[in-house]
Design a protein around this ligand. Sequence first.
Ligand code: CP3
Length: 354
Amino acid sequence: LSTEKAILPASLDDSVFMRACRREVVPYTPIWLMRQAGRYMKEYREVRARMSFLELCKTPSLAAEVTVTAAERLNVDAAIIFADILLIIEPMGLQLEFSKGEGPVIHNPVRSGADVDRLLEVEDVSALSFVFEAIRETRNALRPNLPLIGFAGAPFTLASYIVEGGASKNYVQTKSLMYNDSGAWHAMMSLIARGLVKYLNAQVDAGAQAVQLFDSWVGALSPDDYRAYVLPYTRMVIGGIRSGIPVIHFGTGTAALLELMREAGGDIIGLDWRVRLDEGWERIGRDVGVMGNLDPVALFANQDHLRAQAKLILDQAGGRPGHIFNLGHGILPETPVENVIKLVEMVHELSQTS
Ligand code: CP3
């Protein structure tokens, strides 16, 4: 399947975002923002007031509406489908809930080899058809030259929720399984990776032009553990995605892991703000692109500071092809929306070359 090359309409293929993914010269630096559709935006809160977060994810017309509204309001260069990295764990047999204030909760977490044996293989992805329908509806509603990004959680970050049962600080349960029953760990990671390949390719088939893998919590690992317990599975996922579809490989707290993440794969590596963009790019190599890496908290500063910070990042990118501007992590719920709109304007203006 993955040898089938996706064919895009020229308007999308020539967009600034897609050109930057291929490290081609662009007239200005493309920008989009992780969590660009979210609680900081009034339009999102209004839709969200009518239903739970999971219901919103499972209502394609409304998921499409919040995706398109955010992309248009911000004038960003790509949209990202409204969904969540945890949706795929339901068809694996896990009971997911988003509880108020606590974030995600998994009621039957995996703690042992016997629990791993009970996980369900995601044989076909039809249980997630609401995501593909949301992608189709979003693609139809978006400007024809605005790319749509599909996404999934990377194997480690998904495993951390599956094992911990929610957010974690030290990943004690996750690492205990990894160290004490490495056979079960490898079996679980392999099952997750197989599911992710099917899920991401189905997102591409439904109309996503690029995909992002979120390994948000991978920075909790030592480089040696990353290599032994995680890298093969992330590589398997990225290697399984249809050729010609750009892959963004993102993580946070990854200053000690950048070379290894690059080895795992991706056309674009996402950097957080704890590394300088120029140093990070030098380390991963100029033959891949970079995404990032403004501190999301810079959006709370006055606009002079914000502009100076954006300029610093653009100067570090130095106009080299293959930079996609983004935050180093998602927009925070209390962020002033006018600063987000302003940032997009600033990046476009400061990076304009013609
Ligand atoms: O970027 C986008 O605009 C697309 C939508 C998107 C969401 N989640 C919507 C969401 C994306 C790309 C994600 C990915 C995601 N989900 C990640 C990786 C990105 C990251 O931030 O590291 C993770 C770790 C999750 C798991 C998750 N989902 C958590 C921890 C939470 C709770 C966060 C909180 O602050 O309450 C969610 C819920 C969630 N996902 C919200 C949104 C808009 C808030 C839900 C609400 O409306 O109450």
